[in-house]
Design a protein around this ligand. Structure first.
Ligand code: NI
Ligand code: MN
Length: 229
């Protein structure tokens, strides 16, 4: 079954199978690197890793327009209810928990980061997602530091890991190499970089480093150009 991954810049991705479109951390209208606007984004499901604005900015308008179901932690789901998202369009989860859906399975994984809403209120635990769809296992690490338990996440046999490499707010290039070794993933996609100058990284240099230090294949994406997984 075909499965397409599109990077929209920053940490925003679309995972598209013939059955459904899964949008991760919608961030379009305020993103300097997104090639489309939130009004053009498609979604049947939205996965929300945490409440920071660079991940949550466009979740509400997209969910309301598309009728997408949002998977997020309990605190974010409660907040989304207050923004007018219907209860039946929310799947509240927490770390370590998974949910089976008609098209696959989504598990909420650990992330070492923080999570607050734009007004400063508590956004629950930040997370990553392990997505099983179309016979592939894809890990979206979310905003996180390197942590040794990535070893456990990788035990399922990952086809692709999406890892932040921007440094400053998340792990940087050097720690991403260690993450790849722990995850033992077949392919790796970098995210959360080159959105703004403080998280500028040279993706080609990073990819060379991945090739020379690991057995993993780096996939550097251009915003808006889908690749087949
Ligand atoms: Ni964040
Ligand atoms: Mn972020």
């Amino acid at each position: 079954m075909t499965l397409e991954l599109t990077w929209w810049g920053h940490a925003c991705f679309t995972l598209k199978s013939p059955q459904q479109t899964i949008l991760i951390d919608p961030f379009f209208d305020q993103s300097p690197t997104a090639p489309i606007k939130a009004a053009q984004a498609e979604a049947d499901f939205i996965l929300q890793t945490h409440a920071h604005f660079d991940h949550l900015a466009d979740t509400v308008p997209i969910a309301l327009r598309t009728g997408a179901t949002v998977l997020a932690n309990f605190e974010i789901c409660e907040w989304l209810k207050c923004q007018g998202i219907a209860d039946e369009k929310l799947i509240a989860m927490n770390l370590g928990g998974g949910v089976s859906l008609p098209w696959g399975r989504v598990k909420m994984t650990l992330a070492h980061h923080s999570s607050s809403f734009p007004d400063g209120s508590y956004g629950g635990s930040p997370c990553g997602f392990l997505v099983e769809v179309a016979d592939r296992k894809i890990y979206f690490a979310g905003d996180t530091a390197l942590f040794f338990d990535m070893k456990l996440i990788g035990l399922v046999g990952l086809d692709v890991a999406v890892l932040p490499i921007g440094d400053l707010f998340t792990m940087g290039p050097a720690d991403s190499i260690e993450a790849i070794k722990l995850l033992n993933c077949r392919r790796v996609v970098p995210s959360h970089y080159n959105t703004w100058p403080p998280i500028r990284q040279d993706a080609a240099t990073w990819a060379d480093r991945v090739r020379s230090h690991t057995a993993c294949d780096p996939l550097v994406l251009e915003p808006g150009f889908p690749i087949e997984l």
